[in-house]
Design a protein around this ligand. Structure first.
Ligand SMILES: [Zn+2]
Length: 146
């Protein structure tokens, strides 16, 4: 029983890890789903994995980057994933100065493994961008040289 809200959220958590695994939050899903919206080889399996994916860890720097786990019996994606990267990323407009932040998706062994916020500002972003702030970019769609 708690009287009032004064003590809320101030528990000592040094020895208590964040509750993992957990489902994606709405904000996380609103980034992951658009990343998997384009058609590329192996995306169907990644979409199926995204329905069942769990968050199993966070980046330590304070940014929203999450580590993901998928049940290993789910079909694996054949997406080529050079450097473990899915062939899509999200650009996040960061204002008039500085390079845009990016959100990239790692796939290990055909399974989603992390969604990483690559940021260039002075301090880590506090949360995921809103869907309308994202521009989805195909990284495998560069024109072939003639
Ligand atoms: Zn980080």
């Amino acid at each position: 029983m708690v009287s009032g809200t004064g003590g809320y959220g101030r528990r000592e958590t040094r020895s208590v890890r964040p509750h993992h695994p957990r489902p994606l939050t709405t904000a996380e899903r609103q980034v992951l789903d658009p990343l998997l919206a384009p058609e590329f080889s192996g995306v169907a399996e990644l979409r199926a994995q995204a329905h069942a994916v769990e968050v199993v860890g966070h980046c330590d720097c304070g940014c929203p980057t999450i580590h993901l786990a998928v049940a290993r019996e789910l079909p694996r994606s054949a997406c080529a994933a050079p450097d473990r990267l899915a062939p899509v990323e999200a650009e996040v407009a960061s204002g008039p100065t500085g390079p845009n932040d990016q959100i990239i998706l790692f796939v290990d062994d055909g399974l989603l493994s992390s969604m990483e916020y690559v940021w260039y500002g002075d301090r880590p972003p506090a949360g995921w961008p809103r869907p309308e702030e994202l521009t989805i970019v195909r990284t495998d769609a560069l024109p072939e040289p003639d």
